[in-house]
Design a protein around this ligand. Structure first.
Ligand code: BV8
Length: 246
């Protein structure tokens, strides 16, 4: 498949499904999941912090990590990859579905999910927390006011509202994503290493449904062999070229 064919397929598709990973937020200055952790965190591997075991072993350490990331993403701004996807949603309307693995909230801040299509955060969100007893989810205060560990209105300790390794994804969101990817005529896989399942498995649903799968990533990934077309570009310029803006 050539770039022109990929562009034509995206332009004519009525149903488009998009999966994004940390790479689409890289241009907003947010380290990707596998970037070397900066500073204090250099001695931890994300996988060792993003797990129930890590949290129950040392909740304060894990809350420090999440509170720091929450402050970082609050200061960050959506970049043209985020705003380009919000524009694509306005172009496609109800036929548009965005599933993000990111927990930084930048898609929502760029307007995704409010342009006639749907957006789901498969792995949770840094800006909310969950009552450990009742499971209720509450928005966190601004990072400057956040005291960790936060307590729910009922007075119970809250955990980050994040899907950790070994935990199930929100069932309704995952099911909606699987259906949307199966029904999509075109799926875009942007800025993800495609290592983490079940999110990485969504591309296969589009192929099984007879759709076309297109990747944008400066590097080859685990999903590249499944792609009809793989654009070696950063998310913002790759999306712009696919949407026909040169
Ligand atoms: C599950 C929130 C069912 C945390 C995340 C053994 C036991 C238990 C489970 C498993 C097991 N073996 C396998 C599993 C399943 C496991 C899994 O897939 N593990 C992998 C590591 C093998 N999955 C799970 O555990 C999931 N749950 O399976 O439940 C179950 C339950 C019990 C037992 C069995 C099964 C839950 C997974 C969710 C984990 N939470 N995030 C947090 O953020 O703190 S995962 C986290 O890493 C991200 O959310 C994302 O999903 C994932 C991958 O990260 P990416 O987004 O792809 O980022 P990455 O850095 O990897 O790559 C960036 C890419 O961007 C690169 O390709 C780079 O080239 C590119 N890039 C860089 N710059 C740019 C760019 N692209 C474009 N533009 C740029 N400028």
């Amino acid at each position: 498949m050539t770039l022109d064919q990929a562009r034509a397929a995206l332009a004519s598709a009525r149903r488009v499904a998009v999966l994004t990973g940390a790479g689409v937020s890289a241009e907003s200055g947010i380290p990707t999941f596998r970037d070397a952790q900066t500073g204090h965190w250099a001695r931890f591997r994300p996988e060792d912090l993003a797990s129930p075991e890590a949290y129950f072993r040392d909740p304060d350490l894990v809350w420090q990590w999440y509170a720091g990331r929450y402050a970082d993403v609050t200061r960050a701004q959506p970049n043209p990859a985020h705003t380009g996807l919000a524009q694509l949603e306005r172009d496609k309307g109800a036929g548009f579905f965005l599933a993000t693995q990111n927990v930084d909230g930048l898609h929502a801040r760029a307007g995704s999910g409010m342009g006639g299509g749907q957006m789901v955060e498969l792995h949770g969100s840094l800006s909310s927390a969950r009552d450990e007893v009742t499971g209720e989810v509450f928005a966190l205060p601004d990072p400057a006011e956040l005291v960790t560990p936060p307590l729910s209105p009922a007075g119970n300790r809250m955990r980050p509202n994040i899907v950790w390794f070994g935990e199930f994804l929100p069932e309704a969101a995952l099911e909606a994503a699987q259906i949307a990817f199966y029904e999509a005529e075109v799926a875009l896989i942007l800025g993800t290493s495609g290592l983490v399942y079940p999110a990485a498995g969504l591309a296969r649903h589009t192929r099984h449904g007879g759709g076309v799968v297109i990747e944008v990533n400066p590097e080859r990934t685990d999903l590249t062999p499944q792609m009809d077309f793989s654009l070696r570009e950063v998310a913002s310029s790759g999306l712009r070229r696919l949407m026909g803006a040169g």
